[in-house]
Design a protein around this ligand. Sequence first.
Ligand SMILES: Nc1ncnc2c1ncn2[C@@H]1O[C@H](COP(=O)(O)OP(=O)(O)OP(=O)(O)O)[C@@H](O)[C@H]1O
Ligand SMILES: [Mg+2]
Length: 253
Amino acid sequence: MSKELTGYLESQLKALKLKGVLAHYQEITQKAAQSNLSYIEYLSLLLEEEIRRKNEATVKTKVAKARFPFIKTLEEFDFSFQPSIREREIISLGALDFVEKKENIIFLGPPGVGKTHLSIALGIKACMAKYRVGFVTVQKLLEELLLSAKDGSLLDKLLGYSRLNLLIIDELGYMPVTKEQANLLFRLVSMRYEKGSIILTSNYNFDEWGEIFSDHVVAAAIIDRLVHHAHIFYINGTSYRLKGKLRASTETR
Ligand SMILES: Nc1ncnc2c1ncn2[C@@H]1O[C@H](COP(=O)(O)OP(=O)(O)OP(=O)(O)O)[C@@H](O)[C@H]1O
Ligand SMILES: [Mg+2]
């Protein structure tokens, strides 16, 4: 192919934003010539590259939009370190039926046992399956809801959150929640109830939520809606952050 012709072809591919074809047409053309591919087979190989690239770009956008604080996968999780977690159930949750059925997942347990890791890992799986996913800490969520209640944009904010297929709400319990904030959280949980999945993490068990919310009635109403269709994990192991460090400190004694 002449330089002029490839230059023209590349400008056409750029104009159509066919980046996958642009990146791979030369090797595919060579392969097609060597293997005597039919025109249809050749065209199909080119389009396969384009589809693959577009899928990758969509997943990348979904992951960026989800605003995960860090990226962790299920494959990176060491289940042998945390035997109280039902590995098979987590792996099967990775197939994402829970998102389709609008069920929730609740991870309860002390610091460092992998609550955020597992939430993010499932969130990434959901992004890969093209679901709309969002990650937010309770603190940020409540700050946002309170601000929007003050400036009159609360409904828009709640609607924005209810459009997500999966909302991950991290770290309930690290900060106290005022009565007003508890009511706002209740509105959010009610709006998503049976309409979209929530993954929630907390270092407190349900019977202690009344104290976090400074309102036992609202706490009970939130728990009721969250657990109605939920997979609940009580994790009671040691912190992964301390892995190796505890042994090191006893060895130096
Ligand atoms: N079983 C595990 N296998 C591999 N990495 C783990 C495991 N458990 C935790 N980690 C890692 O340890 C760190 C702490 O885990 P994570 O943030 O998920 O804890 P957490 O339960 O959310 O704690 P906190 O309540 O303090 O937020 C992360 O970097 C996470 O990837
Ligand atoms: Mg965490």
